[in-house]
Every structure is written in structure tokens, then in C-alpha cells.
Unconditional design. Sequence first.
Length: 402
Amino acid sequence: MSNVKTSKGTIAILTGGGDVPGLNPAIRAITVRALREGYRVFGIRHGWAGLVELEREKDKPQDDLVTELSEEIVNRAGRTGGTFLHTSRTNPSKVPQAQLPPHLRDRYPGEIVDVTPDVLANLQWLGVDTLIPIGGDDTLSYGVRLHKEGVRVIAIPKTMDNDVAGTDYCIGFSTCVTRTIEMTHALRTSAGSHERFLVIEVFGRYAGFTALLPTMAGAANRCVIPEHVFDIERLCELLTADRDTNPSKYSVVLVSEGATFKGMDQMVFEDQEVDAFGHKKLGGIGDRVSHALRDLSPKFNHGRRINVINQRLGYLVRCGNPDALDSIVPMAFGNLAMDLVLDGISGRLVNVRNGRYDNVPIDVVTSRKKFLDVRKFYNTDRLRPIYERFEAKPLFIMTSDY
């Protein structure tokens, strides 16, 4: 890979963090527009890891790290889910020594090292004029770092949790909500057949959008979210009442993976290992809620226990093809990014705000956290959405002011 520029310049695209449906349509939109405007386009493979592992040797094949994109390549992939550029959770500012590529180990002594100088040198060697990272707040936080180092960066928000600050919508959210609704309705047949509580654990580390919006759409009777520490006895009481009024004798609760109930001192994690951005892998709150509901149920069900069906959706809402919105919004985001490139503007996050496409300064990603406004949208006594005053609300209703 050599430092060759076209008359217009070179754009590089990468995807980081968890995969979601809609990434490939975004890559396609950027690439097709860029090529037709006279730019060269590189796809950086494996997220930020691609820029860490790249070796600046002109005669060394590195197609596994950087690939030149064509319309043929992106058209074939653009209708599919996942990311054909692949992804990682690498954070170049905090790379463990054991994960450094061999050619960098002597250059960066220490247990955890910042390899940003080599990332910058690699971008320059590739001749990249504008970098377009697509990711959540972790991935894009490093994009903010590069922006501050002088790199021309335009960011595109992606995450199933819909929790990137500065935008009402992130790629992947609609498909997540759609799949959650579909799968919850499918699981109803088993819950009804056995007259049980149905507990479904969904995504949402810090924000409860992926639990609240499907519940608002009728997928569940109740939901519990990270923004509110709930009372497990109250949840059991409500679910028992919902079950009693249902002719099929079952009730449903959606549980955000980051939710906690009174008496817990922290979220539930699969293990204690942390990723490059300091996060432990969540998972298991659905199990805790299920066991507690089963044990508490005799108190509200005339002394008789109610059994529980417990399902974690996990990767089932990540996999497969994007829905309609996650095919349309990435197309718009990609073209918004190219509008900025053509106008000579960088350091921006493309976004949707109150139903309109726009852009905001990229550092909004690191300046605040995006949470669900409990006072506006969540009834803490009833453990369900607030169903009132929808006039003039944006399409997805539960957005954060900024």
C-alpha cells in the first residue's frame, strides 16, 4: 500500500465496536458517492486495530488491513448485515503490551501503551485526507482524539442501544427494536402455554431505549431500565396482576442488561474482564430477575409459585439484514458525511434531530452521556412507558435534549 492521491483526495472508512445491521449500507453510500465525486476510498479492516497493526512498508501486502473499495465491492455487501470490513474493540490509546503487533513492541515499552503516533503516521502514509469512523461512543471517542490531533474526521453514530450523545438515532437501533418486538411476540406462545412470567433480557448498558420503545409498541407489559433502580417486589406484584387479567395467564417484562433492582450493588456481568474501553461484558440480570420473581410470586399469587421463562436476546438482534430504516438512515448518513467532505468541513458528527438530518461538533460524543429522560418517558411506579402527549414528538419519541 503506497501513498498515492487522486486529484480530489483519499477517504478512509472503518467500523468499530459491536456489529449492527446497517453498517454495510453506510459504507456503500459513502463509497459510491465518493468515487463518483473523484475520490479514492480505502476500507480500514478490523476497526482501529487496522490502523494499529499496519506496517509502513511499500512492498508488504496488507490487504488484510486496508482494502481499496470499488462500487462492485460495496454494492455486493451493501444489502447485507454485519460489516464486511470487520470490527474490533481496540482502543489505540490503551493497547495492552501483549496485543501489540511485533513491529511496535520495542517502540512502546510499558504494560498499557498509547500508539497514537503510529496511527497518525499510518494515516499520513496512506494519504488519507478524511477519516470516517462508524461506531458507538467508545469507537467515536477515539475519533475525537484524532480530531484533536489534527486529523480530518467525520463521525457516523452506530449502536443498538441508541445512546450516542448528539443524535436522536444511531444505526442499528430500528432493527434492534423490530427484532425485539418480533421475538417477544414469538415467545408469547410458550409463556401462554405454561402460564408463566416471560422475562426477556435486551441490550442497554446505560440507557433503556431498547427496552422502553418495544414496550411502548406493545411487546411487553412492563420494562425495567438502567436509569431507574426498581423494586423487584413491585415488579412481581405488577406482573402477577397482568397475568391475572390475561386470558392466557402470562405476562411479559423486558429487562435492560444494565438494569439493577434495590439491594444490588452493581450491574450483573458475565465475567470481570474489561475491554479496551474499560467495560466489563454485561449479561445475567435476566437470570437474577427471573429467580427473584419465581421466589416472590407466592406472596402475590395466593401462596402458589409462578414459574418463569427466561430468554436473553443478545446477538439475535444484531445478526441478519437491516430493516427498512436501517437501510435508509445509513444511506442518508453516508451522503451527509460526503456533503461535509465536499464542503471542506470536518470535526463533525452526522445526526438526526427531531426528524431532520444535520450535524454537530464531534466532541459532543465525549462531552456528555445520553440517557433516557425518566421524568418524561417512564412511569417509575408502574414500570412502563408514559403513554401521553405525543404531539410534536420525534419519530422515536424518547430522545434526549442537547
